[in-house]
Design a protein around this ligand. Structure first.
Ligand code: HEM
Length: 130
């Protein structure tokens, strides 16, 4: 069972004596790996104590690199940080809002036509009966 680690805690490990970073929601202890990184130490320092997913993905690291990540994994990122939580809830609400609005947009013409037909039929039947 992986330990859950907050981004605040990760941020405290931003020196070469203890260097953690986050890749794809996993907390990586890269302290021992630092000097062995084929891409150099500087790029790792740049993302020390931070979420490095984007930088890591941008390079297009190999599956060998992915395997190294797994070896250095010490836990998973806990998703309770205020920025992370507000970000995910915002994107979730945006997604549901946009899907709801796009859903209603596409259903709208049919609803309007159905309502118009119903009103017309009602009116027509009333006229016929009277
Ligand atoms: C702890 C996480 C990381 C691991 C395990 C890792 C591992 C590796 C490995 C094994 C390579 C050799 C090429 C390959 O197999 O893909 C590599 C290359 C490279 N890495 Fe990383 N890397 C990490 C994080 C990063 C980060 C955060 C950056 C930031 C930009 C970065 C930048 C690079 C670059 C630029 C190269 C290319 C070096 C070259 O081809 O000359 N790496 N990395």
């Amino acid at each position: 069972m992986s330990r859950e680690i907050t981004l605040e805690e990760v941020a405290q490990h931003d020196s070469k004596d203890s260097l953690w970073l986050v890749v794809r929601g996993k907390v990586i202890d890269a302290t021992k790996f630092l000097d062995d990184h084929p891409g150099g130490v500087e790029v790792i320092y740049d993302v020390a104590g931070q979420d490095a997913t984007e930088s890591y993905e941008d390079i297009g690291h190999s599956s060998e690199a992915d395997a190294m990540l797994r070896d250095m994994e010490i836990g998973i990122l806990k998703d309770t940080g205020v920025p992370a939580a507000s970000k995910s809830s915002k994107s979730a609400s945006t997604a549901s809002a946009s899907s709801a609005s796009s859903g209603s947009t596409s259903a709208m013409p049919y609803l309007a036509i159905a309502a118009a037909l119903a009103a017309f039929a009602f009116y027509y039947l009333n006229v016929i009966q009277s």
